[in-house]
Ligand binder design. Structure first.
Ligand code: GAR
Length: 188
């Protein structure tokens, strides 16, 4: 049984999709820990409902990013984490976490990378008049949304409502994240 960590900052629909897939045996792993950097995020309640241990850190309570991440690394090490899945974790991963876990951290992003990196990918794509949207899953390195792409899935959309793009994209995200985690774990 593999040990996963899921990092999230918000609603946590990807966290729930991954945790459910683990609980039902679709992924041969367990979510050993959910790490959250927003003390009021809805994902914390989702983790409680699903019986997943969560660690909530306020990065501002630490003297530096390195100190904050060193605390997280301690927890990941203690849980024997093999793969870290960033799922709406809206924070740039720093050197401390990268040094300890590079090659074992993946991220999901709501665009066809390398287009539209950063926190407002869907809004920027809509403003640009994009007609084919998509989801990317990539390895995390020190470049923002810049690591090697593992999986992508595209979908057509001709409208101009970012909320609708988010909704359409999230359905794909949940499937693609589960499939991709399975592929990575099978290759180990
Ligand atoms: C997801 O759509 C994910 O692609 C995005 O945050 C959302 C989190 O949703 N991530 C990024 O924009 C990273 N740059 P969730 O909390 O419902 O899983």
């Amino acid at each position: 049984m593999h040990n996963l960590a899921v990092f999230a900052s918000g609603t946590g629909t990807n966290f729930v999709a991954i945790a459910k897939a683990c609980a039902s045996g679709v992924i041969d792993a367990r979510v050993a820990v959910m790490v959250c950097d927003k003390p009021v995020a809805a994902v914390i309640e989702r983790a409680r409902e699903m019986g997943v241990e969560s660690f909530v850190f306020d990065p501002h309570a630490y003297p530096s990013k390195a100190a904050y991440e060193a605390e997280i690394v301690k927890i990941l090490d203690s849980k024997g984490i093999e793969l870290v899945c960033l799922a709406g974790y809206m924070r740039i991963v720093g050197d401390t976490l990268l040094k300890a876990y590079e090659g074992r951290i993946i991220n999901i992003h709501p665009s066809l990378l390398p287009a539209f990196k950063g926190a407002h990918a869907v809004e920027q794509a809509v403003a640009y008049g994009v007609k084919v949207y998509g989801i990317s899953i990539h390895w995390v390195n020190s470049d923002l949304d810049g690591g090697k792409i593992i999986a992508q899935r595209a979908f057509p959309y001709e409208g101009s409502d970012p909320e609708e793009v988010h909704r359409l994209g999230q359905v794909i995200e949940h499937e693609l994240y589960v499939e991709t985690i399975n592929t990575i774990l099978c290759e180990r």
